[in-house]
Design a binder for this molecule. Structure first.
Ligand SMILES: Cc1ncc(COP(=O)(O)O)c(C=O)c1O
Length: 451
């Protein structure tokens, strides 16, 4: 097991650090070359933030201001920044060559690591991102079943392209809709998604197996797959829910696809499926398997994978990509999986994150603010509100303005998070966790008193 790092204690946070001159200068340049001044849709901050360097559990902006990193590249850095074993593997691969556009040792090592860890996966195909992997999984399910319709869950995120950019944001829906059944037809998440695409998707509600059963009964023999995050964003499956989805999909001859892009190699060595004990037909992975480099994968049993890609495939499916199986991403990913496979690693991550969970719960109690810290394992989501949401509409409830002020107050205290969502890496220390809790406590008091 990798010993906890012996990094220095976090520097004290300077509340409301003014962005320094370098950050302001780069941010001005960004505004002139990016139409919205942002890198991606997730890049929304109350003041300019330009990151320049990462080290273990910290990142530093262009002026050298230190942030405690609980964002970890949207969860891609399971081991934190610059883990020595990952650095070594990546450097050695870079020295040998960046990309060959051919079978390579690093890609095979990463595939072997995935197959060894996840019992439902006997072979894999690589893509360049999580979005590509979910789209390919959908194509594969359609080819395998000869059907076109896909069922997804309201509020789940499966990427940013047409077939999956549906009913994630729930635009226009309010908390008052919380107990209404969702419509069968998805809501496109942005302009530019044709009706022909939305016509092929049906929307179910997380933790509502009866509704899923109705959808399958209404579209008998037309549904190719149900795709889901087994732990949807931050909403845990109720006991029996995943088992029910598994049974319904099987009964109707559809494939069950688990999107484990966040949960894979995080909630257990075999992801959410290992933690909850329900195996899908196809698994989609990303983030951790690239160690911070772009990567994605679809895995499943031989019976499905070789039926689609094998030398005598029954229904051949096309999957290509200049960078698929990229040696540098694969080398980093394989080294990450090797570290994660050591005894005691998941226990260490869980213990550290439990310390954070306890601290946040105590802070809520002290401040008298109704709130919860959700998610198991080395991930967390801070939810403001009295109830624990069981589906995406219930999560819409609460004071959005309060939440935003709280996230802003945390960023001003040099905590790097996305909304209330964070991850803990193997290089986080108790000192960093305690600094998080202290700053959360301060932020909660500041914002709680202001509301
Ligand atoms: C659950 C889930 N699926 C799919 C994706 C898309 O992956 P990528 O951003 O690599 O395209 C993400 C990204 O955050 C995700 O969280």
């Amino acid at each position: 097991m990798t010993p906890p790092n012996a990094a220095s204690a976090p520097s004290p946070a300077a509340v409301a650090p003014d962005p320094g001159p370098r950050t302001c200068a780069v941010s001005d340049r960004a505004r002139s070359v990016f139409p919205d001044g942002r890198l991606t849709a997730a890049d929304t901050r109350p003041f300019p933030v330009v990151m320049a360097r990462g080290d273990k559990d910290r990142i530093f902006d262009a002026d050298g201001i230190e942030y405690l990193d609980f964002h970890l590249s949207s969860g891609a850095l399971a081991l934190g920044h610059g883990h020595p074993r990952v650095m070594d593997a990546v450097r050695r691969q870079v020295d040998k060559g960046f990309n060959f556009g051919a079978m390579n040792t690093s890609a095979v090592a990463l595939a072997e690591g995935i197959v060894a860890a996840v019992p439902s996966i006997e072979c894999v195909k690589f893509t360049n991102s999580g979005t590509e992997a979910t789209l390919h999984a959908i194509r594969m399910a359609r080819a395998y079943t000869g059907r076109d319709l896909i069922v997804r869950f309201e509020g789940a995120y499966h990427g940013h392209l047409d077939m999956v950019s549906l009913s994630n944001k729930l635009a226009g829906l309010g908390p008052q809709d919380a107990h209404e059944m969702p419509g069968l037809r998805p809501i496109p998440d942005c302009a530019g998604i044709p009706d022909a695409i939305t016509d092929l998707c049906l929307v179910a509600q997380f933790n509502n197996a009866a509704r899923l059963d109705e959808i399958f009964s209404a579209h008998r023999d037309r549904i190719a797959a149900v795709i889901m995050e087994p732990l949807q964003r931050f909403i845990e499956p109720q006991p029996g829910f995943l088992e029910a989805v598994r049974e319904i999909a099987k009964r109707h001859g559809a494939l069950l696809i688990f999107d484990e892009i966040v949960t894979g190699f995080r909630l257990s060595p075999s992801g959410a499926q290992g933690r909850y004990g329900v195996a899908p037909d196809l698994t989609v992975m990303g983030k951790i398997i690239g160690a911070g480099f772009p990567n994605g994968a679809i895995g499943g049993p031989d019976t499905i994978m070789r039926d689609l890609f094998g030398p005598s495939a029954r229904v051949p499916v096309y999957l290509a990509g200049t960078f698929a199986g990229h040696p540098v991403a694969s080398a980093g990913g394989a080294a990450t999986l090797s570290v994660l496979s050591e005894p005691g690693v998941y226990e260490q991550l869980e213990t550290l994150t439990d310390r954070l969970r306890t601290g946040v719960r105590d802070a809520f109690a002290r401040a008298g603010v109704p709130g919860h810290i959700l998610c198991p394992g080395p991930m967390f989501h801070i939810h403001i509100g009295a109830n624990v949401p069981q589906n995406a509409r219930e999560a819409l409830t609460g004071d959005g303005a309060f939440r935003k002020r709280l996230w802003d107050a945390l960023l001003r205290r040099q905590i790097h998070l996305t909304g209330g969502r964070g991850f803990v890496s193997l290089q986080h220390t108790e000192a960093t966790i305690d600094a998080f809790v202290e700053r959360f406590d301060e932020a909660l008091h500041e914002v709680g008193h202001a509301s």
